[in-house]
Ligand binder design. Structure first.
Ligand code: FNR
Length: 181
C-alpha cells in the first residue's frame, strides 16, 4: 500500500516532520510512506494555472493519483492549517480530474499549544469534505506541548506512538475496505 504524506511545515527542525518520521518507523510492514514536496510550489495564481500546472504541482498531482491513501501531517497556524499546506492543496485540487477525489486519508499533527492542532485538523477535515477525501475519524492524533514530547529528533511520547501505530493500521484497513467497493 502506497501512502503519500503532505507535511504542512517547511522548517528543518519541524516537529511535524519528526512526527512523519515516527509514522514511517511505526507503519505496518506492507505500507510505504513517501513525502510529497510542497516547498517549491509557487503561490496559487489562476492566470498561471490557465497556462498549465507548474512542474512541482504536476509532480505532486501525479504522486497523489498514484497513492492508495494520503497522510496529512500538519501544524496549526493561527487556529488553522499553514498557508503552505493550503496552497499546495489548492493547486492540486484544480481540474481536470482532481487527484484527491475518493482517496482514503488520515491526519495527525503536533503543535506547541495545549490543543495540539485540534483546530487546524478540524479545518482540514472541512476542506476534505469538498475534495471528497474519505478521512478516518479515529484515532485522533494531536500532539500538544510538542517541545516536551520530542528528544534528539525522536517522538518520545509513548501514548502518541501507540496512537500513530493504531492510526496507520486503521488507515490500511480503511483503504482496503474502500478498494473492495
Ligand atoms: C504558530 N503556532 C501555533 N500553535 C498552535 O498550537 N496554534 C496556533 O494557532 C499557532 N499559530 C501559529 C502561527 C504561526 C504563524 C506560527 C509560525 C506558529 C506555533 C506552532 O505550533 C509551532 O511553531 C510549531 O512548532 C509549528 O510546527 P513545526 O514547524 O514544528 O512542524
Amino acid at each position: 500500500m502506497k501512502v503519500l504524506a503532505m507535511v504542512g511545515s517547511l522548517r528543518k527542525g519541524s516537529y511535524n516532520k519528526l512526527l512523519l518520521q515516527a509514522a514511517i518507523e511505526l507503519k505496518p510492514k506492507d505500507m510505504q510512506i513517501e513525502s510529497g514536496d510542497i516547498g517549491e510550489i509557487p503561490l496559487y495564481d489562476e492566470d498561471v494555472r490557465e497556462k498549465g500546472f507548474p512542474a512541482p504541482v504536476q509532480k505532486l498531482r501525479e504522486q497523489l493519483r498514484a497513492a492508495d491513501a494520503l497522510l496529512f501531517v500538519t501544524p496549526e497556524y493561527n487556529y488553522t492549517i499553514p498557508g503552505v499546506l493550503k496552497n499546495a492543496i489548492d493547486w492540486c485540487s484544480r481540474p481536470p480530474e482532481q487527484p484527491f477525489n475518493d482517496k482514503p486519508a488520515a491526519m495527525l499533527g503536533a503543535s506547541i499549544s495545549r490543543l495540539g492542532t485540534a483546530r487546524a485538523q478540524y479545518h482540514l477535515r472541512q476542506s476534505c469534505v469538498y475534495l471528497n477525501i474519505h478521512v478516518l475519524n479515529q484515532p485522533e492524533v494531536m500532539v500538544a506541548d510538542a517541545a516536551k514530547h520530542f528528544e534528539a529528533g525522536k517522538l518520545t511520547d509513548e501514548n502518541a506512538r501507540k496512537l500513530i501505530t493504531q492510526l496507520l493500521l486503521n488507515l490500511e484497513a480503511w483503504a482496503m475496505r474502500l478498494q473492495k467497493r
